[in-house]
Design a protein around this ligand. Sequence first.
Ligand code: PLP
Length: 431
Amino acid sequence: MPARKTEILFSSTRCKTKPVGFSEAIEEGMASDGGLYVPDRLPRFSASDFSRQISIQELAKRVLGAFSERDALSGSIGSICDTAFDFEAPLRRLPRETAVLELFHGPTAAFKDFGARFLAGCVSELAEKDSRTRTILVATSGDTGGAIAAAFHRKKGTEVLVLFPKGKVSPRQEQQLTCWGDNVRACAVNGDFDDCQRIAKSALMDPWWKKEKRLVSGNSINLGRLLPQIIYYAKSSLEYLNESGENAGYIIPSGNLGNAVAALFAKKMGFPIREVVLATNENKALPKFFETARWEPMPTVATLANAMDVGAPSNFERLQWLYPDAAQLRKEVRAFSVSDELIRKTIRSGPDDWGQVWCPHTATAVHVREKLSTPHWVIVATAHPAKFESIVEPLIGREVEVPETLKSILSRESRFDVIEPNLQALTEKAK
Ligand SMILES: *Cc1c(COP(=O)(O)O)cnc(C)c1O
């Protein structure tokens, strides 16, 4: 039975649970031993497998289809990809043998739209299959919740609960969390982001939530958000190779490390990626690891690139799984920390040096590019600068034009509940 061999199963990075199929890994979010799901093998491709004109949707079907073969969702992956990847991820040429991969053309103008939209397609399809509504819970300090809310808004068979710390997100971020209505509900928690995360974690372990509400985690540890991020690396690396005859290196603004791990998956799967460099803000656990070989998560420091304010990146476990040999990992991947001061400087000189307005996250990668003397780099632009106008506009001395998608979000009416920082308060709202 050769077909049997093609099925990929997913196991925990901590190896203490039984492997599960694609849908189950998505519904479970995290393995029961506290580890993260990883595929038991990676499908292999090479550049010659793909025509030069392949669309992002066709590429997504091929690659994500390979991960979901023989799963309950395998027949639906095509239509899920058509909907999830219905906007572009253009690769634009810049000076100095550099390109920028713009991942901010989705509904909430940040790369998280890719993962959120694919997850929404999968969860909605699973809900339709057994006619049971799923509840998606997401704790957010800003960007994640907006992408999840937008992606699941009016998706059949789904209800969304977004938890955010009251008064601790920017006005534009709050608008993106609270403007949806219908099946999306936003709860402002009287507390900080850690309280939101604690409530989400206890709900995910609570029998009532699990059984009655069919709870699914919308946070970035979910494999359903990680795997679709492989696609834009696959697509852009093929494009770069076709245009220049070279394999590009990628510089990726990193926080929780989901985006960079997806790039390393793409590299291991055979896509033409020369190397991956991580750019972080002043949260230095990763650069320190590459410097000293010691992994020491640290308390989170607040920076201008706030979607990367992570002291203990949870996807580090997946990185270790991908490179069991730490010496090999430290040889193949590099990481650099960029201070707020340098983020400001890079944004200020962006229009003159590159003809670009950068968001604070992307600016970390741009600064790293400026320090590297070798050619052929792709800077990964994770968000549109208009999302961070209060930082960017004073530095460049003019307004940043707001993309249409963001404009329509900003014009909607906003509504949210306020809850005390405990699970019981959330349960009462949900009953
Ligand atoms: C979430 C986010 C990041 C960090 O991505 P990780 O996958 O957590 O490393 C970087 N930039 C922006 C704009 C983000 O929203």
